[in-house]
Design a protein around this ligand. Structure first.
Ligand code: UDP
Length: 238
């Protein structure tokens, strides 16, 4: 089983190593590629937002982010061991970029966060060619943002605008964006720079990362209210 359909949204049954290999292949293939990390909130959003659903369908790679998506994909025969999250993928992806001389660009998150992460990644990989820019999707600054990215000509662009903004932004910029692989990474920069604490490993293993997030960031409750409905719908699909 290579692919699952979670409530209609495509999920590729790839673990972290296979995902990294596939991203490397997409870079080598050239052109423009979108990588999405699909979690249950993505799936529920895609149900009410046809544009977001269309963009996810157009992605070259839809990784299973979140234990809720892994659970649903396993019910269809996917042999995924664990979720493939942006946080887990970025450090080995930076190592891959350094090894293969791929240029990396970090876009988004609060002022200073992307630069901080670039600094940390460069400290770990002195050969890594990485640039960063904070900010938000905004028609008044998009031209400037795209110009900054294109100056760097990244092979890999990580966009931390949160979903669905980051995927919609990448799709909207289309061919103007001079990056080979563009991937939405949500709040990953905040975790990797220590600004937001990640759930302890035992909670992640137990599939309880959502609970930790909810306790630490109670404002998420409105967004996470869709999760029980998500579980019910998955169960109903047999
Ligand atoms: N963010 C941003 N610009 C915006 C809105 C959000 O750069 O206009 C950043 C925010 O600082 C955070 C990330 O996008 O780093 C959103 O993280 P969240 O965990 O909410 O995203 P999700 O994983 O749920 O998509």
């Amino acid at each position: 089983m290579n692919q699952a359909r979670v409530l209609g949204v495509r999920v590729d049954c790839l673990d972290k190593e296979a995902a990294l290999e596939r991203i490397g292949q997409l870079v080598e293939a050239g052109g423009r590629h979108l990588v999405a990390t699909v979690n249950p909130e993505f799936v529920m959003r895609a149900h009410v937002d046809s544009e977001f659903a269309r963009v996810l369908e157009s992605a070259d790679l839809c990784l299973a982010d979140g234990s809720g998506v892994v659970w649903a994909a396993r019910r269809q025969g996917c042999t995924l061991r664990e979720p493939v999250t942006g946080v887990d993928l970025i450090p080995p992806l930076a190592a891959l970029c350094s090894r293969r001389r791929y240029r990396l660009f970090l876009l988004g998150a609060a002022p200073g966060v992307a630069l901080d992460l670039a600094w940390r990644l460069r400290a770990a990989h002195p050969d890594l060619d990485v640039a960063a820019h904070s900010g938000s999707p905004d028609p008044s600054s998009d031209d400037q943002t795209v110009a900054l990215i294109n100056q760097h000509k990244p092979h890999v662009l990580l966009v931390a605008y949160g979903h669905p903004s980051q995927e919609l932004w990448i799709a909207r910029m289309g061919d103007r964006l001079g990056a080979t692989v563009a991937m939405g990474v949500g709040g990953s920069f905040d975790y990797l720079t220590g600004r937001v604490a990640r759930a302890p490993a035992w909670m992640r293993r137990a599939g309880l990362e959502w609970l930790f997030r909810l306790i630490r960031q109670p404002w998420r409750i409105k967004r996470m209210a869709v999760l029980p409905l998500y579980a019910l719908r998955v169960l109903r699909t047999g």
